[in-house]
Design a protein around this ligand. Structure first.
Ligand SMILES: [Zn+2]
Length: 144
């Protein structure tokens, strides 16, 4: 008789297993399920409809996560996980930038270069100034 643990190990052989994206999908799934249940419990047609959609969506997330865990196409799953990391870093980076700009709001102003769309930081309170983009050397006038 093989132990349960051994059977599980055999079953998972060659399968992808857990990764960061699956953890994210699972958390999303549970949060959606919880919010969906709460909304469904409210005696109101609109919240019941939204709640049902969220519960349905939560299943999609959870099933997808299980599917990825059991998948044998490990290369594809790893590529998805990598994409997830790239996207996550972009989102986190966006928030980090907002935070820095917010902390910096009394000292600097940020403009987007009209030519190359790079972000240019200039000291605040200098009146109308000609800004030279450090990337493409394009000049534009802005009030700081
Ligand atoms: Zn530029």
């Amino acid at each position: 008789m093989r132990s349960m643990k051994e059977r599980l190990r055999r079953f998972m052989e060659g399968r992808y297993g857990a990764d960061e994206l699956n953890r994210f999908l699972t958390i999303c799934g549970w949060v959606l399920l919880l919010v969906g249940f709460v909304l469904s419990g409210i005696d109101n047609k609109a919240t019941l409809a939204v709640g049902s959609v969220l519960v349905g969506l939560s299943w999609a997330f959870l099933v997808l996560s299980v599917f990825r865990t059991l998948s044998k196409k490990t290369g594809q799953r790893a590529a998805e996980n990598y994409k997830y990391f790239v996207y996550k870093n972009k989102v986190l980076g966006w928030f980090r930038t907002r935070k820095i700009r917010w902390q910096d709001r009394k000292v600097h102003r940020y403009f987007r270069c009209p030519q190359c769309h790079a972000t240019v930081r200039v000291p605040k309170g200098k009146g109308k100034i000609r800004i030279t983009c450090p990337h493409c050397k394009h000049q534009f006038v802005k009030k700081t």
